[in-house]
Write a protein that binds this ligand. Structure first.
Ligand code: NDP
Length: 247
């Protein structure tokens, strides 16, 4: 198995894409720290995956926007699981609304979680990753960070920022053989997209050449590739996994 004994930290792993990424790494022999906001969410996800891959997953609740709490958590994970080799920044939220009506709090919550959250985790985990061999950072951005979207100024800015952050980190850490890449999912079936009204879903599907929403496994497979030895020479890239939507 490709990731035997690797220690992987996945944020936003309580459900959706993050849980699937955690499951995919567990299936390949990794030890996975599932991080999410609520203990019940990451705890439930870890319990579920451990039924199939016993002992692979441990739950660690934290708010990724809380700089101090993330630093404390990183130390706890290193003590309990060993140094993290692969960090996947997947935690994300939406607070959609047209700019005219968007509240300051909607802006701050989205930027603090989606962008500052990644800054917090990279800062907290980077030192041991720089000392390790072939460490990997993978950030889950969004096609909305590439093309924008009406009603998502906060989310678009956070994901575009995450892409810039990815490239800067890739350049800074390349000398230590740490790669940093982003995946830009299109529309993927999860709780986040379940909220969309049916007519909006139909309109979106009309713009996707492969004519359907993607699955959480489509994203997990791309993450496994970027984390694998096969992607040794790939860094600073944004891979769109979007059914051709943004080609
Ligand atoms: P979900 O809403 O299904 O799950 C989000 C996860 O992030 C949850 O586990 C949640 O924790 C966690 N989370 C949210 N805020 C915080 C926080 N402050 N601290 C720690 N954890 C937090 O999202 P998806 O699976 O749909 O999306 C995952 C990522 O993929 C996001 O970054 C999203 O922007 C991105 N994406 C998704 C797309 C889609 O179509 N679904 C498309 C493009 C990008 P808890 O469970 O405890 O609430």
């Amino acid at each position: 198995m490709t990731f035997t004994d690797k220690v992987v930290a996945v944020t936003g792993a309580g459900r959706g894409i993050g849980q699937e990424i955690a499951r995919a790494f567990a299936s390949q022999g990794a030890k996975v720290a599932l991080i999410s906001r609520s203990a019940s969410s990451c705890g439930g996800a870890a319990e579920e995956i451990n039924k199939t891959y016993p002992g692979s997953c441990t739950a660690y609740p934290v708010d990724v926007a809380d700089h101090e709490a993330v630093a404390v958590l990183a130390k706890k994970i290193a003590d309990e699981m060993g140094a993290v080799n692969i960090l996947v920044n997947n935690a994300g939220v939406t607070r959609d609304g047209l700019l005219m009506r968007m509240k300051e709090d909607d802006w701050d919550t989205v930027l603090d979680t989606n962008l500052k959250g990644a800054f917090n985790t990279v800062k907290a985990f980077m030192r041991p990753m720089m000392k390790g061999e072939n460490s990997r950072i993978i950030n889950i951005a969004s096609v909305i960070g590439l093309i924008g979207n009406a009603g998502q100024a906060n989310y678009s800015a956070s994901k575009a920022g995450l892409i810039g952050f990815t490239k800067a980190v890739a350049r800074e850490l390349a000398g230590r053989a740490v790669t940093c890449n982003a995946i830009a999912p299109g529309f993927i079936t999860t709780d986040m997209t379940d909220e969309l009204p049916d007519n909006v879903k139909e309109a979106v599907i009309g713009k996707i050449p492969l004519a359907s929403f993607g699955t959480t496994d489509d994203i997990a497979q791309a993450v496994l590739f970027l984390a694998s030895p096969a992607a040794r020479y790939v860094t600073g890239q944004v891979i769109a996994v979007d059914g051709g939507m943004t080609m």
